[in-house]
Ligand binder design. Sequence first.
Ligand SMILES: Nc1nc2c(c(=O)[nH]1)N[C@H]1C(S)=C(S)[C@@H](COP(=O)(O)OP(=O)(O)OC[C@H]3O[C@@H](n4cnc5c(=O)[nH]c(N)nc54)[C@H](O)[C@@H]3O)O[C@H]1N2
Ligand SMILES: Nc1nc2c(c(=O)[nH]1)N[C@H]1C(S)=C(S)[C@@H](COP(=O)(O)OP(=O)(O)OC[C@H]3O[C@@H](n4cnc5c(=O)[nH]c(N)nc54)[C@H](O)[C@@H]3O)O[C@H]1N2
Ligand SMILES: [Mo]
Length: 631
Amino acid sequence: MLLKALGTRNVYSASTVDQMPKQVSAGLMFGTILSVPLADIDRTDHLLILGANPLASNGSLLTAPDMRGRLRAIRERGGKVVVIDPRRSRTAEHADEHHFIRPGTDALALAAMVHTLFDEELADTGAVAEWVNGEYEVRAAVAELTPERVADACGIAAPQLRRMARELAGARSAAVYGRIGTCTQEFGTLASWLVDALNVLTANLDRPGGAMFARAAAGQPNTQGEGGRGRGVALGRWHSRVRGLAEAYGELPVACLAEEIDTPGEGQVRALITIAGNPALSTPNSDRLARALDSLEFMVSLDVYVNETTRHADVILPGPSPLQRSHYDLAFYQLSVRNIARYSPPVLEPDPELPAEWETTLRLTGVVTGQGPDVDVVALDDFVAAEAVRREVARPGGPLAGRDAAQILAALDGRRGPERLLDLLLRVGPYGDAFGAREDGLTLAALEAAPHGIDLGPLEPRVPEVLRTPSGRIELAPEAILADVPRLHASLERVRDERAMVLIGRRQLRSNNSWMHNVESLVRGKERCTAHVHPDDAERLGLADGELARVSSRAGAVQVPVEVTDAVMAGVVSIPHGWGHDARGARMEVAAAHAGTNSNVLADETLVDPLSGNAVLNGIPVEVAPAQGVA
Ligand SMILES: Nc1nc2c(c(=O)[nH]1)N[C@H]1C(S)=C(S)[C@@H](COP(=O)(O)OP(=O)(O)OC[C@H]3O[C@@H](n4cnc5c(=O)[nH]c(N)nc54)[C@H](O)[C@@H]3O)O[C@H]1N2
Ligand SMILES: Nc1nc2c(c(=O)[nH]1)N[C@H]1C(S)=C(S)[C@@H](COP(=O)(O)OP(=O)(O)OC[C@H]3O[C@@H](n4cnc5c(=O)[nH]c(N)nc54)[C@H](O)[C@@H]3O)O[C@H]1N2
Ligand SMILES: [Mo]
């Protein structure tokens, strides 16, 4: 509502410093923005993980509690877990096999594995064979990307790449899981695509133990309307004003935000609304963005802290505690390794002084539309619900097609805000009661009666019904993606300087991006914002454990204490993101006492994955040298 009312194309989110490449590849291959194949970890015999560390992060684009136990179970039942990561992460330590990889070269390694499947006549599309378009084109695209040619660039020996491909093809079932390390890099979309190309070409897509699609109870685009084909996805419908980067799914790359604010001219951003975001720490070239935020005419933030971002705001609108509001995981159930649904009511009584965030958002909508802050929020909320019902009733092939909107609205009576919308989504969803049309179907009332959630069963094969591509088929070789392959070839021609260093990040168990650092029990203990450096590099660069290093890039420079460890690959320095809590004007006492350094001062906003606009946060060229002084 608020976005519609603003009518702006300047929409930015954490998606373009996170998973946008996966959303682009999945959208083009399967037809909707969250049709992400999920490693069926509870049944798989072989799991290949690239650029994910679920033992620290739990899952991501792969939702399940107790990721540690589930990974252990794979090995206990005789399966195998292989990790490809420039760091020996916690997950790598618990895997059967770990390979260092040079940051940003996953697409090359994956292409070489796909090449091997064709080369050794192992490629097999299995149960989805009759629904696959483009197998020949993929084969041609990787024809020259042999393991032998890419091995040097990746830092993984050719026989190892070949063996990994054979093992994927030969396992009773196997799945490839690529996450943030494969997305936030130069070839993010290509790597994300090749992960699923491997899943398809090893006969593992859409079968138990392979890579499968969730069937969520609510709000999943690939369960809506008639199944089997659709409109596909739209990308690049407009471009950013300054750099001309393409939009993806209605968003512009957040790597463009600073320049859209600090570059004068028609269309310059002069006001900003932030909602539950801390871009001052989470997005590239933080110093430039901080200056840009300072220059705004107006900024309002919906947030719970006065932090590095909201300190720039003219107005901060606080929300209630998460314990004072209800919760339903609308997005993450679409990525869940088992189909379940759970609704959590508020645990604590709402604070009468603090409006719910959805009410504040509607009030802002009132302000934006000229109705002022005293707008009738109840009437606006009724309007939102009526619009949602109208859309469902008008949806061809939907469960409410042709039904009377007034009757449906009346059946939702007694609820308001998000609960009313959630009830609607559940009831028109694949398990829903369709407002009386399906006996014993799901409703919000049913979820309220089951406080531990409702188990809707393991993942089940969904091809072809899950597909929403215009062809009604799996597009294994989308044109837009093939057009980016020459860039991958070109990367092989680069001359590598053996002494060059690149920066990557790492997630930490007791953190969540930038915002858990003001909680004493979560920051206690040894300093965590350190640069991991390999012993060989430390020696060569004159760095000592515990001393300060100066790390610099095109974008900026920071000083950070060094931890010498062979858990990181030579040539790579790892600094966690989300730190740097010493900004003037922020009011987070605990965080300030454990300030650390903001690694995104180093992230270069000019480096993006061109297909998705996603920022390159891993594999940033840096220089590392001893700094004056001792940590
Ligand atoms: N405790 C905790 N949990 C979290 C979060 C948190 O901050 N703390 N954040 C949440 C969020 S927002 C997300 S998106 C998820 C992310 O979930 P994950 O992707 O599992 O998160 P990371 O731990 O950052 O793992 C990324 C791994 O990629 C590696 N890597 C870096 N560059 C490359 C590369 O070029 N190639 C390869 N193959 N690997 C590379 C890094 O060394 C790291 O081990 O976690 C979520 N969960
Ligand atoms: N270098 C590097 N940078 C990264 C990453 C990386 O791996 N490396 N990871 C990227 C990823 S995956 C992500 S998702 C982004 C995250 O980027 P952001 O979403 O910008 O970062 P967070 O630190 O999660 O910020 C959450 C904000 O929400 C506020 N908040 C917390 N609870 C509430 C609430 O209940 N209501 C409201 N209104 N606000 C609340 C917090 O105070 C904070 O300001 O960072 C990205 N940045
Ligand atoms: Mo994220």
